[in-house]
Design a protein around this ligand. Structure first.
Ligand code: GCW
Length: 671
């Protein structure tokens, strides 16, 4: 095992400097013969070679020791850490008598402990620290790639990808050199991620074959990610028995179909013994599913769960199911209701190894949505919450939009009010999943600052209670070592509030969309208003917003338990930022903030575009303080962000001025 360093590719949050503190010291590793322990030894050797430290032999003096609890003859510094217990994938870190020690029960914990030492830098070797346990709050911490093997005519190679092509495939074939995949695994492991699904949930023809005759490609990717503790998953087509197996049905209750899945899955595990499992998008946006056979989603998911169970695998079954051929004239159908309507009645009917993967909001990864009521409605089902690191609706990695604060709000939301479980706690046994924002771009993420979102996702999946601002500072510190206070302070100032800035210049008050149809970039207020996608704002000359109340609307508020059911139902109590998601109101309706809806729209759009300009201005302070190529890349994106924010401001403001006829109280220019 060698530590991957890829020339020409930005090291993101693992530049060599991140390992200076540990690598300049004497380090002892007491592991076992597992692949992960070998990785830790390789990491330590690499760091020591680079920074002048030394790998210590057992019995020799050392400054840092990383030990498995099963390793015999633990030195006193480690024995002192016996309490508390590290636990699965966890580690205990402490420092006493001039020795920093990490103790883990399994090699994954050892690896995570190593990266924690890197994160601490010199601070890991300063004052004494009491033994503290670090354990992942969520068991599965996974990134879903929407990568295709082939370049799709509309979506490109990576669906909703804004960072170039796939890191796995090129020109229709697996890449010959997969070093970069290993480097990706290393970056992910440093944040705590332990699972990846490698292909698009919209499974096209070539990609369907990854399950059978192209399985060798999956095995090759798994081999690169394994040393960093990441298990590989595959998105599979529900119609595989037909498409690949030549059967005439994919009915989940049909014996020959079940057998086909059992046999196929067995072969997968013969080839990749630590394979993670399947991800399925069924009966959604044209993907095949159990409805064609009059079967339920539980029938579909359980069939795959049964095929996976003998091998310890899981199926992630997505809850993103709605009618995408809605008649816009039909006011009774509400897309927001769909997932709950379909899935809540199935609670308790899914197998133990079936995980229902639910988008955080009821619509589709908007800048602001309420939390999906499905997450609070299925106590007898294992749930995973799905986030979108790729910035489909949040600026497509051309805009700075640090999403840590949004995710932190999602994870901390309590369905039944104070003292009751958070979303993160509900998902603890399932997991946290996100759509990856990575591609073959030299900065990984197109916009170099979008790396922070990938980093924050992993950190929050490990520790949902971490503050997003603190995670941002961690990322800045690791990625721009030696940048000094100017760099750290400026980046923090640019990024910390950037999600709210983005919200200010785009769709107002939780109403969502208003993006250009298809590619979803830039403003188009009525772009989706008369389409079949179920995403409407209903603006007319009197008012705007979607009435989702029980009293007069679609009844969606009734999918929440108290207190939220009442809070969202009530015009007076509904939080401003979600008002138009839940209510249709006149333009002169006064928000809790004291401002009318239409004035709020004008004010926030002027403010948002101005803040975007401020972000660009702040970056200019860093000319000469960061790498020139990175500086130029960010600057080019900031120019586009400012242009686009102005376009949003002017289109949204003009639209609402024309609809409402209400002038801006401050007399600013609206077109
Ligand atoms: O956000 C939407 C995207 C689709 C995507 C779908 C999904 C993979 O626009 O491109 O398809 O969600 O989550 O399945």
């Amino acid at each position: 095992m060698t530590v991957p360093h890829v020339p020409g590719v930005h090291p993101a949050w693992l530049p060599p400097e991140a390992f200076r503190a540990a690598g300049a010291r004497r380090v002892l590793v007491l592991g076992d013969d597992s692949a992960l322990a070998a990785t830790v030894r390789a990491e330590v050797a690499d760091a020591c070679e680079r920074h002048g430290g030394a790998v210590a032999a057992p019995g020799e003096a050392c400054d840092l020791v990383l030990a498995l609890s099963s390793a015999g003859d633990l030195p006193p510094a480690v024995r002192a850490l016996r309490e508390p217990e590290p636990g699965a994938e966890g580690f205990v870190l402490g420092r006493a008598d001039g020795v920093t020690a990490v103790l883990a029960d399994d090699p994954a914990g050892l690896l995570y402990g190593w990266f924690e030492v890197a994160r601490l830098g010199e601070a890991a070797f300063g004052e004494a620290r009491p033994a503290t346990a670090h354990r992942p709050a969520l068991r599965r911490r996974m990134l879903d790639h929407w990568d295709n093997i082939d370049v799709h005519p509309v979506m490109g190679q990576v669906e909703r990808g804004y960072s170039g092509g796939s890191i796995f495939w090129r020109d229709g074939a697996l890449r010959a050199d997969l070093t970069r995949v290993r480097a990706y695994g290393r970056l992910l492991a440093a944040t705590g991620v332990n699972a990846v699904a490698i292909n698009n949930v919209n499974v096209h023809t070539a990609e369907a074959h990854l399950l059978t005759d192209r399985l060798g490609e999956v095995a090759a990717i798994a081999a690169e990610l394994r040393p960093y503790g990441i298990s590989v998953h595959l998105s599979v087509s529900f119609a595989s028995p037909i498409v690949l197996g030549g059967l005439d049905s994919a009915d989940p209750l049909d014996e020959s179909v079940r057998e086909w899945w059992a046999r196929t899955t067995e072969r997968v595990y013969e080839t990749i013994p630590d394979f993670g499992g399947y991800v399925v998008k069924a009966d959604s946006e044209g993907q095949p599913g159990p409805f064609a056979y009059g079967r339920s989603h539980a029938d579909g998911a359980n069939m795959l769960a049964d095929a996976l169970a003998p091998h310890g695998g899981v199926v992630y079954w997505r809850a993103f199911v709605y009618n995408h051929r809605q008649d816009w004239r039909d006011r009774t159908t509400d897309r927001a209701r769909a997932a709950h309507d379909h899935f809540a009645p199935l609670d308790g009917r899914f197998r133990e190894n079936a995980i229902l993967q639910v988008k955080y909001g009821p619509m589709d990864f908007q800048t602001r949505e309420p939390i999906s009521p499905v997450i609070g409605a299925m106590p007898a089902t294992r749930l995973a919450v799905e986030l979108q690191v790729t910035q489909e609706y949040t600026g497509q990695q051309r805009h700075v939009c640090y999403l840590g604060p949004m995710w932190s709000e999602v994870l901390g939301f309590r369905f039944r009010g104070p003292g009751e479980p958070t979303v993160a706690e509900v998902a603890a046994g399932g997991g946290l999943v996100a759509v990856s924002n990575v591609g073959d771009d030299p900065y990984w993420t197109g916009h170099p600052l979008a790396q922070a979102n990938l980093y924050a996702f992993g950190r929050l999946a490990w520790s949902p209670e971490l503050g997003p601002a603190a995670i941002l500072d961690e990322w800045i510190g690791l990625t721009f070592p030696g940048g000094g206070e100017l760099v750290r302070g400026t980046l923090h100032e640019m990024m910390d509030g950037s999600w709210e800035t983005y919200e200010r210049y785009t769709a107002p008050l939780g109403v969502g969309f208003m993006v250009r149809p298809g590619h979803h970039y830039g403003p188009d207020v009525d772009g989706y208003e008369y389409t079949p996608w179920g995403t409407y704002h209903f603006a007319d000359r009197d008012g705007v917003g979607v009435d989702r109340t029980r009293a007069t609307g679609t009844g969606y508020t009734g999918q929440y338990p108290e207190p939220w059911s009442q809070v969202y139902e009530s015009l007076a109590e509904c939080p401003d930022e979600l008002l138009l998601f839940f209510h249709h109101v006149p333009y002169e309706h006064v928000l809790r903030s004291g401002v009318t809806v239409v004035q709020h729209i004008y004010d926030t759009h002027f403010a948002g575009a101005e803040e975007a300009a401020g972000i660009r201005l702040a970056w200019e302070k860093l000319a000469g303080s960061v790498d020139p190529a990175l500086y130029a890349r960010v600057q080019e994106r900031l120019d586009e962000q400012v242009r686009c924010a102005e376009e949003w401001r002017d289109q949204v403001n003009a639209y609402f001025l024309r609809k409402s006829g209400v002038p801006d109280a401050r007399g600013r220019r609206i077109y």
